[in-house]
Design a protein around this ligand. Sequence first.
Ligand code: PEP
Ligand code: MN
Length: 339
Amino acid sequence: MIIVMEPHAIPVQIEQVCKKLEEKGFQFHLSRGVERTIIGAIGQRTPSTMELFETLPGVEKVVPIAQPFKMASREFKPEDTVIQVGQQTVGGGQIQIIAGPCAVEGRSKYLEVAQAVKEAGATMLRGGAFKPRTSPYSFQGLEHEGLEILAEARELTGLPVVTEIMDPRLVDEVASYVDILQVGARNMQNFFLLRELGKAQRPVLLKRGPSATIEEWIMAAEYIISSGNDQVIMCERGIRSFENYTRNTLDLSAVPLIKQLTHLPIIVDPSHGTGKWKLVEPMALAAVGAGADGVMVEVHQNPSEALSDGPQSLTPENFARMVKRVRSMVMALLAAEEN
Ligand code: PEP
Ligand code: MN
């Protein structure tokens, strides 16, 4: 439920409501606006608890949260969540460009591409050490060695690193090497993993499942947040449809929808979203135009020899061109807002 305080509610009245919420076993979040304070509360709500809170001094009204997701919802927390990653933020107006190969394939190759994407303007690095492959015979990633390489690239470039985590038992270990933990599309409803990530001290990049509805995807975020970690970044990466020209159908309407329904930042992955490198730049521009907080793209120095996802990987040169165009788009949007 949402407890809306009167515009002139004084601090002791707000404290009193919070104390009562604690007593009744509610989790809550305070949103202090210019006009008034709103308190989002999660717990066993009955008509009589709602009445009880309505009688407290300073309370204007109590309204139930209409959505099945609570802590992720805009109603619960009206202001945007801004996630600090090193010196940078995800959300809050910055546009993140996360780049790197699908998989970490070897030390020198990874360090080389990491430097190249940094020079071209990437703000964070990506690279899979544990790869969720459809076939058990495909390259599965360098695993622990891959994590060491990612940490070295982070040291070398000074850029934060994002990598996928598949095994709930490895959360602490993977979190000790990288800055953001990625939940891959195939694991979006791995509820044990989501719960473990709720205890992690790292932001989580939550990819949309290949056949997940927007509501199912937000409910997955709700698992992480309600388990204790509110640092969730949504990532649209395309959903499965009847269309075969593209690997997935990139659902860019998810961007404004996630912004309306939740307070979480969202980035778009046009590489997995299309499966075709020639579509990556136009879809990255469209994503930023739709209001995304950034993009994540795959870059390989030699896509034809990539161990995974070569057809959707940009060369460093094409990536540099994409960054320039995305940055110009951001400037144009900012200029339009100022006018
Ligand atoms: C990835 O980002 O490397 C990946 C495997 O993506 P997805 O989970 O979206 O398929
Ligand atoms: Mn990939």
